[in-house]
Ligand binder design. Structure first.
Ligand code: ZN
Length: 292
């Protein structure tokens, strides 16, 4: 861990909004397919967050949001039974000013400035920026990438035709041993710039290859960007699981993340669709300013 901060700025933007089923947020005892096909309710609108980190060695995105084409192109989603699954799972609203390009521009960046984009997992609301990221290195876990080859990818939320685009520079990583006692109980990870400030950690459960990004800075509480491991950081802190994903893996991962608080006190968990995430980030950054 460097004593001078290699990170200049951490921001969050949202590519539109999404409503999902309350059972999806969880906790629920119902099987995923039971609530998926019987739920009659939707949550209030939630963000589709993209985290933007300005590191001295490059501009990093954690997730890339949902493509606006998904709400303007009737052929973006599959038809038939798979199409029905997508329409039961979530409803998106993405205005012309809510694209990844527009969000980055609002922060004073161009899409060409992005050096690395980490994809927490390959569901469509996390890969939407890929068509404009041909200049960046796209990081994904090898395990998540390999899930594209499994049976019925579309039914598992993987729209291969929107993922495996020509011209993208993929870096498929396998988390390896990290000798960093602060990361206990995590033993494996991938240090993005080799200075300990940005470390990818394997957090399986929502999907088998899901990654989270730990952000450590000298004068601010550590952040853990968790993708869809939770939809509400308070539920995660209470050990409660969402309604979709591998329950056994999620339980193990959630308890590991909560155990990480022992060595990283004040750890702030920021999820992709937690309505409180942007406020939590703002509060954390404001505390940093006070300590100056
Ligand atoms: Zn998601």
């Amino acid at each position: 861990m460097p004593t001078t901060d290699p990170i200049a700025r951490v921001s969050v933007i949202s590519t539109g909004s999404v409503v999902i089923r309350p059972e999806h947020v969880g906790p629920t005892r119902k099987n995923t397919y039971v609530w998926l096909f019987t739920s009659t309710r939707w949550t209030a609108p939630r963000p589709i967050n993209v985290y933007v980190i300005e590191h001295r060695d490059g501009l990093v995105l954690f997730d890339t949001g949902q493509d606006r084409a998904s709400v303007t192109d009737p052929r973006y989603f599959p038809g038939g039974l798979n199409g029905l699954i997508y329409s039961r799972l979530a409803k998106f609203e993405i205005g012309p000013t809510e694209t990844l390009e527009a969000g980055l521009s609002g922060l004073g960046y161009r899409v060409d400035d992005v050096d690395k984009a980490v994809i927490s997992h390959l569901h469509q609301d996390h890969i939407g920026g890929l068509p404009v990221l041909s200049g960046a290195e796209i990081l994904i876990s090898e395990q998540e990438w390999n899930s594209l080859d499994g049976p019925l990818p579309e039914a598992r939320g993987l729209l291969t035709s929107h993922i495996d685009l020509p011209g993208l520079r993929w870096n498929r990583i396998t988390p390896g041993p990290l000798a960093d006692p602060e990361l206990t109980p995590f033993t494996d990870g991938h240090d993005l710039f080799g200075d300990g400030s940005l470390v990818l950690l394997p957090t399986p459960g929502h999907t088998p290859g899901s990654l989270s990004l730990l952000v450590r800075r000298p004068a601010t509480a550590p952040l853990l960007l968790v993708g869809d491991l939770t939809y509400d950081a308070r539920l995660l802190a209470a050990g409660k699981l969402p309604g979709a994903g591998d329950k056994r893996q999620m339980r193990a991962t959630v308890s590991r993340v909560n155990a990480l608080r022992d060595t990283l006190p004040g750890l702030v968990v920021l999820a992709a669709h937690d309505p409180r995430a942007a406020g939590l980030l703002a509060e954390t950054l404001a505390e940093r300013a006070e300590h100056r």
